[in-house]
Design a protein. Structure first.
Ligand SMILES: Nc1ncnc2c1ncn2[C@@H]1O[C@H](COP(=O)(O)OP(=O)(O)OP(=O)(O)O)[C@@H](O)[C@H]1O
Ligand SMILES: [Mg+2]
Length: 379
């Protein structure tokens, strides 16, 4: 009662609790500090306090003040001290305690508890932010899915539109039938792309070790008819490269986008240089990886477009482009822990563009356990 009056006189609200159990309950209910008298504590009490204190959340270090009985430090008091160890943030005050000492000890304990509550609020805020981020990340993935589908089906749909026009203006039934067959094939491709994309995003396949040269070769095979038709010369400089841990399908999408853009910029009769080599990225430590450069002798990119090149819906191709290719590509590269840079000139006679992509040998976004798994399966 005396203690309560003393603390109340300093503006600290205090309750006199009849039992240790009630004091423990108060701890749970948010008391700032508990003051106990040593003689009221049994070994069972200490064990129960210790159990409760060990269950505290990480931010909490509940302050206890124990008023001890005065006397010399003998074996018995040392033993008691040891028994009290599990009580954590414990301050021993030997009686008789000077009122100022007692009040300042309680004030210090309350300040430390207040700090702990601030830490709890801060942690809760971080958790809420993380949750919001996870949700927005999901939205980004959904947005990317929609964008990828729109981007990939744009060309076949364009062809179908043209084919319908041709069917409408055909003079012979045979021609119309031919065009219809092609249109059917293009529509089948659209449905295949949509199914593939949905599957790809729903159950993302696991990353595996891939040789970038193989992806480049398969992309070039796809563009073969267009390259020949436009008389574009391909210069390949494929050096010995380490395999990289990546999603092959996604990298293929990036390479198809970059080559497709280069071909659009060249139009007819230029050169496309493709180079892959082992390298180190010095912008972020010294990470080993590979560098892919795709250089064209096309029109170059105007400075005002260059500024927002990797943003969605930036295009100079009107109906022929969605302006999503480079945005999706940069997102995929970022996801793989890599970087993409561009250099371009619109000044004749040496117009052209070079895209340079760095991809680290191992993905930095994967937990170490997952990396091990892939390394093992690759061995
Ligand atoms: N190699 C390049 N040479 C010249 N301009 C380029 C090159 N690569 C990209 N660009 C410019 O950047 C713009 C954006 O490219 P991006 O691939 O994002 O979209 P897009 O090619 O216009 O459309 P889509 O990829 O849907 O076909 C292009 O419209 C073009 O102006
Ligand atoms: Mg493009």
């Amino acid at each position: 009662m005396l203690i309560c009056n003393l603390l109340a006189s300093k503006g600290i609200s205090c309750s006199n609790l009849p039992t240790v159990e009630i004091a423990r309950l108060e701890l749970k209910m948010g008391a700032g500090v508990v003051v106990l008298a040593e003689e009221g504590l049994t070994p069972t009490d200490i064990a129960e306090w210790a159990a409760q204190i060990s269950e505290q959340p990480s931010w909490s270090d509940f302050p206890l003040i124990l008023l001890t009985v005065s006397g010399e430090v003998d074996r018995e008091s040392q033993r008691k001290m040891l028994a009290l160890q599990p009580l954590g943030n414990l301050v021993l005050l030997e009686r008789p305690v000077r009122p100022e000492t007692f009040v300042s000890t309680v004030q210090a304990a309350l300040r430390s508890r207040l700090r702990q509550y601030q830490m709890r609020d801060f942690l809760n805020e971080i958790r809420a932010t993380e949750e919001a981020l996870r949700k927005s990340e999901k939205l980004v993935v959904a947005g990317r899915l929609a964008a990828s589908i729109a981007h990939e089906i744009n060309n076949p749909l364009e062809s179908v539109t043209n084919l319908f026009y041709l069917i409408g203006t055909s003079t012979s039934l045979e021609d119309a039938k031919k065009h219809t067959e092609v249109a059917e094939r293009e529509l089948a491709r659209v449905s295949q792309i949509v199914t593939q994309m949905l599957r790809f995003y729903r159950e993302p396949s696991k990353p595996a070790y891939v040789q970038i040269r193989e992806i480049l070769d398969s992309a070039l095979t796809l563009y073969e008819p267009r390259l020949t038709h436009a008389e574009i010369v391909i210069e390949r400089d494929f050096r010995e490269c380490s395999p990289i841990l990546a999603m092959a399908g996604e990298l293929r999408q990036v390479i198809l986008n970059l080559i497709g853009n280069a071909l659009d910029a060249i139009g007819r009769g230029g050169t496309l240089k493709l180079r892959v080599t082992n390298t180190h990225d010095h912008s972020n430590g010294s990470r080993p990886g590979i560098r892919l450069t795709i250089a064209d002798t096309g029109s170059g990119i105007e400075p005002e477009i260059r500024k927002s090149l990797f943003e969605p819906f930036v295009s100079t191709k009107g109906n022929m482009g969605t302006g999503l290719g480079l945005w999706i590509s940069s997102e995929i590269i970022r996801k793989h822990g890599g970087t993409i840079q561009v250099k371009s000139s619109v000044l004749p006679p040496s117009t052209g563009t070079v895209f340079s992509v760095f991809l680290p040998l191992t993905r930095t976004d994967l937990p170490a356990s997952a990396l091990k798994e892939y390394e093992l399966s690759d061995a």
